[in-house]
Design a protein around this ligand. Structure first.
Ligand code: ZN
Length: 311
């Protein structure tokens, strides 16, 4: 439901604080000897990790280590998603993903290669930036999602599709942004160069968010209502601006993409979104994003309070 996720102490990831405040560098301790660089073909070969437990988050249990504020919650959440992808990559013979994570305190900004005209991200941030390989989540934005303050204002929810409230609504967003990091690790942005098919990448990130949620369910760490919170959030961030190059997918498409990942639990199944995009390319898709390196990959495209500066 809407209770905060409680972290347990066992952390699969080794975290190194580099910037202080809300910034982390996520670099998982690897027991894998592989040093091979992932390629786009690995997207179709990703295997789910074995459900061995040992994750560091529990949903719905009493624990003295539960996050006390949004910064701690976002950090615990990101570590959980990172631990899942570390296991997934290692189970697939790939080096663990490495990504920066910055949670931006309310009223503050963080410098980013994907920032606004001042090179900064602020209270509206929920993005992955390929240019500096960092996930940015605004604590204010996450709090507004958690509390339901943005419930009716997102592209889909403003038109009656879905809603955003509760811990797993926030979890969907964080896992979606990490999905873009997975794409970056796999070289998918490079594969498409300046021709990144936006909607396909967004739906694939939703699918990846769903496979992570599947792993959480496998470990019995979901509360009643969490799945619905994620489905509602996916509907809420969908948009109908289908002629816009930054169209991310309709509410129904985004809900279906998350569900695909959640029901299959198999990240390799998410590669079909890019396969479909290749077919569409031949018949003329929406205009691609111009510069993947400095384009922020956000959870919603247009109409959203937090995305307006990028529109
Ligand atoms: Zn996105």
């Amino acid at each position: 439901m809407s209770s905060l996720i409680r972290p347990r102490l066992v952390a699969a990831a080794t975290l190194l604080l580099v910037l202080g405040g809300g910034s982390l560098y996520l670099a998982a301790a690897s027991n894998s000897t592989t040093t091979r660089t992932p390629t786009a073909k690995d997207a179709g070969r990703l295997r789910p990790p074995s459900a061995a437990g040992g994750h560091n988050l529990v949903l719905g249990a009493n624990d003295s280590a539960r996050p006390q504020n949004m910064e701690q919650f976002l950090t615990a959440l990101t570590k959980d998603v990172d631990a899942y992808w570390t296991k997934t990559f290692e189970a697939s013979g790939l080096p663990a993903p490495k990504v920066g994570f910055t949670s931006i305190p309310a009223g503050r900004t963080a410098a980013s290669a994907c920032g606004d005209e001042n090179g900064a991200m602020g209270d509206e941030a929920a993005a992955y930036c390929p240019g500096d390989d960092t996930i940015y989540i605004s604590q204010k934005f996450a709090t507004d999602i958690y509390n339901g303050a943005l419930d009716q204002t997102l592209p889909g929810s403003s038109q009656g599709y879905g809603r955003t409230v509760g811990d797993f609504s926030v979890a969907y967003i964080v896992a979606h942004e990490y999905g873009h990091e997975v794409q970056d690790e796999l070289g998918l942005f490079d594969e498409y160069g300046g021709q990144v098919p936006t909607m396909a990448f967004e739906l694939q990130a939703d699918c990846y968010a769903g496979t992570w949620a599947n792993s959480v369910e496998q470990e019995n760490r979901l509360d009643d209502g969490d799945v619905q919170e994620a489905l509602d959030a996916a509907l809420a961030v969908g948009d109908f601006d289908t002629t816009n190059a930054n169209h991310h997918g309709t509410p129904q498409q985004r809900e279906a993409a998350w569900k695909d990942g959640f029901e299959s639990g198999d990240p390799s199944s998410c590669s079909t979104y890019l396969d479909a995009a290749s077919v569409d390319d031949a018949t003329g898709p929406a205009d691609p994003q111009p510069d993947p390196g400095s384009a922020p990959y956000r959870v919603a495209a247009v109409g959203a309070r937090f995305a307006r500066h990028a529109a």
